[in-house]
Ligand binder design. Structure first.
Ligand code: NDP
Length: 291
């Protein structure tokens, strides 16, 4: 029989999670700070608890999906966590994940941190590609992995409770870089008689063609040799910087999204690394090395 569970937080994401578990036949007890926001779920079969402490007392498996780490502290303050399996799907930093794990363990709970790589419409939809990163107690993950697989795919990334947040934020950071580049590209063509819908497929194809460069970067990072299998040297790329900047100027586009990356390229070349490709710029980002 499906494991009964408690869910704290019925915002956009919490509501989607609750619906997926209810649809799969789980008994779900929910709590939300603003009770009105949990009422729709009551009509769909959820039990609405009057307090977070009451919700936590109802089930051993407790899932938390609140705004941020501070709201998790607020909600769980005073709840009895001894013997509970606490799964925190609230987005936070790796440090917050580790601190929250120690906090939960000191209160007698097993702990898993999670990072949701999905938007609410992807939750509970098979084949949507959405998944949740988990890290922390391997025993907790193993015991409940089938329950976790109900709303989205699952990826366990290690016993360090900071890793789910680390992977999550790393992936989203790369996404931000991609979105920044996409916006700059659209801004460049915008002043012309070029329909964004005509340009979009070219952009998708180009980004897709370039995405496997991730593997080349990983290969160079693992070997420590940033000159290995270089396709486009940094010297060549840096020589193109004025073209990027002048094109932005000609099109009346602010270079502010692109400029920091171009400056990093030039700095690495100036330090004598023009024969590498972009991978070596990671040394300039690494503040442990006094960059
Ligand atoms: P919402 O803004 O829809 O919901 C926020 C929830 O947090 C509400 O239940 C709100 O309660 C509660 N809350 C806020 N502050 C407090 C507090 N101090 N004490 C108790 N409860 C509090 O956000 P989402 O549901 O979209 O997001 C929830 C988590 O999921 C976030 O960490 C988010 O980063 C993550 N996530 C969301 C995604 C998305 O696309 N939506 C994608 C991936 C992750 P109240 O109703 O009373 O305000």
């Amino acid at each position: 029989t499906p494991t009964p569970l408690t869910l704290l937080g019925t915002g956009a994401m919490g509501t989607a999670l609750a619906r997926a578990w209810l649809a799969a036949g789980h008994e779900v007890t929910v709590w939300n700070r603003t009770p009105a926001r949990a009422q729709a779920l009551a009509a769909e079969g959820a039990v609405v608890a009057r307090s977070a402490a009451e919700a936590v007392a109802a089930n051993r498996l407790v899932i938390v999906c609140l705004l941020d780490d501070a709201s998790v502290g607020d909600a769980l303050d005073g709840a009895g966590l001894a013997g509970r399996d606490l799964v925190n799907l609230t987005t936070g930093t790796p440090g917050e994940g580790r601190t929250r794990a120690a906090w939960a363990e000191a209160r007698g709970a097993r702990f898993l941190d999670g990072g949701i790589m999905a938007v609410p419409p992807m939750i509970g939809v098979a084949g949507s590609g959405g998944y949740v990163l988990y890290s922390g107690s391997p025993e907790l993950f193993e015991e409940h992995r089938d329950t976790f697989a109900v709303p989205a795919g699952t990826r366990y990334v290690g016993a360090d409770p900071g890793f789910a947040a680390l992977y999550d934020v790393a992936l989203l950071s790369a996404m931000n870089g991609m979105f920044a580049g996409m916006l700059h590209a659209f801004a460049l063509v915008r002043p012309e008689d070029i329909a964004p819908k005509d340009f979009a497929p070219l952009l998708v194809d180009w980004l897709t063609a370039m995405a496997p460069a991730v593997h080349q970067t990983a290969d160079q990072l693992e070997s420590g040799d940033y000159t290995r299998n270089v396709v486009s040297s940094l010297a060549m790329q840096a020589a193109g910087v004025p073209t990027f900047l002048r094109t932005a100027e000609e099109q009346h586009v602010s270079p502010e999204l692109l400029a920091p990356y171009l400056e990093l390229m030039q700095r690495r070349v100036a330090q004598g690394h023009g024969e590498e490709d972009g991978t070596g710029m990671i040394e300039l980002l690494d503040l442990r090395r006094g960059a």
